[in-house]
Design a protein around this ligand. Structure first.
Ligand code: SF4
Ligand code: SF4
Length: 327
């Protein structure tokens, strides 16, 4: 082990890991708030990405911080995850539960101003809350932010990784601002950061009709394909126009004819046959294999790059026409 790696490993041990452990403990403390929604026995276990990143940096001298995250952005992500939990205490005591279509429009405009490209309302199923976490309300506002096609096309590269991590950070900040905006208008809210969220976002966004989960386990949207990051805000507002339908199921059929991501994934981490859990939730990725490659090669993102839905323009309609063509 070289001297440089020894210094980094010590830094991770003394400063990095305790900081992340503290953050995870704070997020878990949400499960102790009175009256929160808790996970069920069918809920997923969260893969602790920031902690696992530091583990790799500490134990492997071929993996460096610059391969995984821009430090400035990581610090901002940590700050905003703390804020998402700390700001719960600022919720109004007698929070409003009803809203008007005019306010919903104002909320959409506010979110757009903060860089959110897609927004829908959906009821949160408790089966999607990660083990050990707690959520204040099942009234969810799902948010999606586009990742740059130009940078995704350069995957795997430092430039791609900076953009991907930057999108996580920007969306996390937007989620916190939306929660703050709701509080200012008399509603209670809880922001859920896109990196290290309390809930499994792709199936939640699928339930909200925003897109469909592809073979690579990522949400494919008509507007941007899988080039999106997802987050949520949970709120006391009970009369939102909650969606529970989806027009994108045909993507399943398309994936069966495609399989490009399965072939192109360097560590072969994408499963040919998805694992279907009791609740209908699917697992598509061998997480450990994906993560180790991701950590070594600038956050990888090759499955996003090669997915035909990542192309802009009329791709979604063109691919749909292929599936709907009479045989
Ligand atoms: S990010 Fe890379 S390693 Fe992970 S599933 Fe996608 S292509 Fe495979
Ligand atoms: S690359 Fe092909 S198989 Fe993989 S998610 Fe995209 S469309 Fe589906």
């Amino acid at each position: 082990m070289g001297i440089r790696h020894k210094i980094t490993a010590n830094f991770v041990k003394i400063f990095g890991k305790p900081r992340i452990e503290k953050l995870i403990a704070k997020q878990r403390s949400t499960s102790e708030i009175g009256g929160v929604l808790l996970p069920t026995s069918n809920s997923p276990i969260r893969f602790e990405i920031p902690f696992e990143m530091l583990n790799l940096i500490q134990t492997r001298d071929d993996i460096e911080m610059r391969h995984m995250f821009p430090v400035r952005r990581l610090l901002s992500v940590i700050k905003n995850i703390h804020l998402s939990v700390d700001s719960i205490s600022e919720n109004p005591i007698n929070a409003s539960t009803q809203t008007s279509p005019e306010f919903q429009e104002k909320l959409r405009k506010f979110a757009k101003f903060h860089g959110v490209n897609l927004l829908e309302f959906v009821k949160l199923p408790q089966d999607l809350i990660f083990q050990n976490m707690g959520v204040l309300f099942d009234n969810a506002i799902v948010l999606a932010m586009e990742m740059s096609k130009e940078k995704i096309d350069k995957a795997a590269s430092q430039e791609t990784m900076n953009m991907v991590f930057g999108t996580y950070d920007d969306l996390g900040k937007a989620a916190n601002r939306i929660a703050e905006f709701l509080r200012e208008h008399g509603y209670a809210a809880q922001a859920d950061h896109p990196l290290g969220g309390l809930v499994l976002f792709p199936p939640l966004a699928q339930k909200a009709g925003i897109g469909w989960i592809g073979k690579h386990g990522l949400l494919i949207t008509p507007e941007f394909g899988p080039r999106v990051r997802l987050a949520a805000v949970y709120t006391s507002i009970e009369n939102l126009p909650f969606v529970d339908s989806n027009d994108h199921e045909w993507i399943d059929e398309y994936c069966k004819t495609c399989g490009v991501c399965i072939k192109e994934c360097p560590p072969q981490a994408i499963l040919e046959e998805s694992v279907v859990h009791e609740t209908g939730r699917q697992s598509n990725i061998k997480q450990r294999e994906c993560f180790e490659y991701f950590a070594q090669y600038y956050g990888c993102s090759i499955c996003v790059k090669v997915c035909p839905f990542s192309n802009a323009g009329d791709t979604y309609e063109r691919l749909k026409a292929v599936i709907e063509k009479p045989k």
